[in-house]
Design a binder for this molecule. Structure first.
Ligand SMILES: Cc1cc2nc3c(=O)[nH]c(=O)nc-3n(C[C@H](O)[C@H](O)[C@H](O)COP(=O)(O)OP(=O)(O)OC[C@H]3O[C@@H](n4cnc5c(N)ncnc54)[C@H](O)[C@@H]3O)c2cc1C
Length: 395
């Protein structure tokens, strides 16, 4: 891609940064810089109001095609969007799972009716989605899901349990990977991808407290939960392809936004190092420089793989993305604590009010687990990118 921005791109930058300056103030000043990793509980209602404001002014789904109400913006303009959002310290987006995962999945695999039904709620910032993949016995081995969905009188009836479901406590809908054929062999051939409303009697959400003190994820129990027959994406028993497609979108342009947040974190670490003298320590200087180089590498690889994909799901180049950023970010957490020194171990507020960098350090421990652990990423790279023989799997 051409990383020089055109006049049109720069005009777009001006328009969006001005919009942020005009709107991320007054009643929304309070959400600035809040709701990032480990801080998801913060100011949910206010951040949801912010999400709706972004939607009302056309700043959600900027990469979605125009036919579904998006703006179909170029990759350069998406880069600018994320840069400016992070520069303005825009809050963690409560709608990011809908915009980043479910929206592209419905656009790519869904029916015309499903696009009409589900995309507007994402674009307006109204509807919050969560991802119902993992179960107690199905994490890395997702094909082992046991949550059962059966068609009864024109509705899917779901029974089973999901776990580690991010944002479940405040979500309106969940995209659930479930079993529609218990006898299928291999197991992944009996799986469907079903959209289920969360606010109903048959759905129970039990938040799990994390070591950040936050409850960003929950257990979700389906006890005769219901959804309409047409709320299945793809074919009955054809959900594996759809669920893998969603994971591909996770490696898409939204990773650029994440990198901008990392940028803010690294800037903060550098600021503290200069302030407390750690920047004079030659080892610390090397580690900070290494972190900066790692961030540049992430950016160039993301731009390279996204421009090669030309709007489609990213290809082989993108398969290193997850393991690289996750491992890098976990080390950044450690660097932050080492730069903070003894201060890293002290909570300023009682009883468990952690600073941004402390929360980042704790939450970053999970980066190498969710969205596919590092070990699973190595399997993906070896099998799908390098064509090595598949590792033996239980049937
Ligand atoms: C913060 C956070 C948020 C999450 N949000 C969501 C969410 O919104 N929705 C959702 O569905 N899930 C979510 N998850 C769950 C996440 O996807 C799983 O934790 C992850 O897939 C790993 O599954 P598991 O926890 O069952 O571990 P397991 O799969 O049991 O793995 C345990 C260990 O064994 C290793 N391992 C497993 N299989 C292999 C193999 N074949 N080869 C080598 N090593 C292997 C793993 O790498 C890991 O180290 C979240 C998790 C976290 C931490």
């Amino acid at each position: 891609m051409n990383t020089r921005f055109s006049e049109e791109d720069e005009a777009f930058r001006k328009e969006f940064s001005q919009w942020l300056a005009d709107n991320l103030s007054g009643e929304f000043a309070v959400v600035k810089g809040r709701g990032g990793p480990g801080d998801e509980h913060a100011l949910f209602e206010e951040r949801h109001a912010w999400e709706k404001k972004m939607g009302a002014d056309g700043w959600i789904g900027i990469a979605f095609p125009k036919e579904v109400g998006g703006r179909d913006l170029s990759l350069n303009q998406q880069v600018i969007f994320y840069e400016e959002y992070a520069r303005a310290r825009g809050p963690g987006r409560v709608g990011h799972i809908g915009e980043g995962l479910l929206g592209p999945t419905v656009i790519h695999f869904g029916s015309e009716e499903q696009k009409k039904r589900f995309i507007p709620g994402i674009l307006s910032g109204e509807t919050i989605w969560c991802q119902g993949y993992s179960e107690p016995d199905a994490g890395s081995d997702l094909a082992n899901v046991k949550t059962r969905a059966e068609l009864v009188g024109g509705e899917w009836v779901l029974n089973g349990q999901k776990v580690w479901t991010s944002g479940a406590a405040w979500s309106d809908w969940c995209f659930v990977v479930c079993r529609t054929d218990p006898d299928a062999k291999p197991k992944h051939k009996g799986i469907s991808y079903i959209l289920v409303p969360m606010r109903q009697e048959g759905v129970e959400v039990r938040p799990i407290e994390q070591m950040t003190g936050d409850s960003e994820f929950s257990e979700v129990f389906f006890n005769d939960a219901r959804t309409a027959e047409e709320n299945i994406v793809g074919n009955v028993n054809g959900g594996w392809k759809v669920s893998m497609g969603t994971l591909d979108f996770e490696r898409g342009a939204s990773t650029l936004g994440q990198q901008m947040l990392f940028h803010n974190e690294l800037d903060e670490i550098i600021r503290i190092a200069k302030e407390n003298g750690k920047s004079e320590d030659p080892v610390m200087r090397q580690r900070i420089a290494d972190a900066w180089i790692g961030l540049r590498l992430q950016r160039y690889n993301a731009l390279r793989s996204l421009s090669a994909a030309e709007g489609a799901a990213p290809g082989r180049e993108a398969m290193i993305t997850k393991i690289f950023w996750a491992t890098w970010h976990r080390s950044l957490g450690k660097l932050a604590m080492d730069v903070l020194g003894a201060r890293g171990e002290i909570a300023d507020g009682a009883p468990y009010e952690l600073s941004g960098l402390q929360r980042m350090y704790l939450f970053a421990r999970s980066d190498t687990i969710y969205a596919g652990s590092n070990e699973i990423q190595r399997n993906i790279i070896s099998e799908r990118a390098l064509g090595l023989p598949r590792e033996p799997r239980p049937s």
